[in-house]
Design a protein around this ligand. Structure first.
Ligand code: FES
Length: 233
């Protein structure tokens, strides 16, 4: 069966029982969005990362039940979803606070006070790097270069730049986050994008399948020729 002929695995609606006998965790709205995303790709598994972001939007992090649902939706195992999620910094397999505060400590920021800023952040928040404040609002993380080196030391909140920070401005930032005065500009963790993608690859699925088959055939032919050349020597 060619990839184009393969049926798209779908999850049952919420509160229905899936093929695995469990109730789905993802909401009906998220499952609907997931199906739309899957339809944009020639292969369902290509939507794995966008679906992880969707699940993260629902729960703030990737719960095991959500990963199981994603696995069922795209036709892979939960372990493959977990393996993919743990590879990417923006996907979290542990609970994260409402605001993920990332402080870059790479070279440009380090030279401009990042280590001191991070130390101050740990002290003022009362948590170590990687931990979440007791009120569940802030998770502090140390980050590699965030590509904003000219505004060092660089800080992001929920993957949005908030400019270079001093210890004083950092405390004001945290107070603003706790007071919710920046919620328009910095939505809760998990809200990656506000504009939804609605168009997929423009390539014809049948053409993609044919090209893949031709590539596989050419590889097999070259392997057979190499083997026969090796046998004759
Ligand atoms: S070194 Fe900190 S943003 Fe590049």
């Amino acid at each position: 069966m060619s990839p184009a002929d393969r049926p798209t695995p779908v999850a049952p609606p919420r509160s229905a029982t899936g093929a695995t006998g469990r109730t789905t965790h993802l909401s009906a709205e998220i499952v609907e969005r997931a199906r739309s995303l899957i339809a944009l790709y020639p292969e369902p598994r290509s939507a794995l990362i966008p679906l992880c972001h969707l699940a993260q939007e629902q729960d703030g992090w990737l719960r095991p039940e959500a990963m199981a649902d994603i696995a069922e939706l795209v036709g892979v195992t939960p372990a493959e979803v977990y393996g993919t999620a743990t590879f990417y910094d923006m996907l979290h397999t542990e609970p994260v606070g409402t605001y993920l505060v990332s402080v870059c400590t790479n070279i440009a920021c380090l030279l401009d006070g990042a280590a001191e800023l991070l130390e101050h952040a740990e002290e003022s928040l009362g948590v170590n790097v990687g931990a979440t404040t007791a009120d569940g609002v802030i998770t502090l993380e140390e980050a590699e270069c965030l590509a904003d080196c000219d505004r060092a030391p660089c800080v992001q909140v929920n993957h949005r730049y908030v400019g270079a920070q001093t210890p004083e401005s950092f405390d004001r930032l945290v107070a603003d986050l706790r007071a919710g005065t920046r919620s328009d500009e910095i939505p809760s963790h998990g809200t990656l994008i506000r504009v939804r993608r609605t168009t997929g690859l423009q390539a014809d699925r049948r053409q993609v399948a044919d090209e893949r088959a031709a590539t596989a055939e050419a590889q097999a032919r070259r392997a057979a020729e190499a083997e026969s050349a090796g046998g004759g020597s």
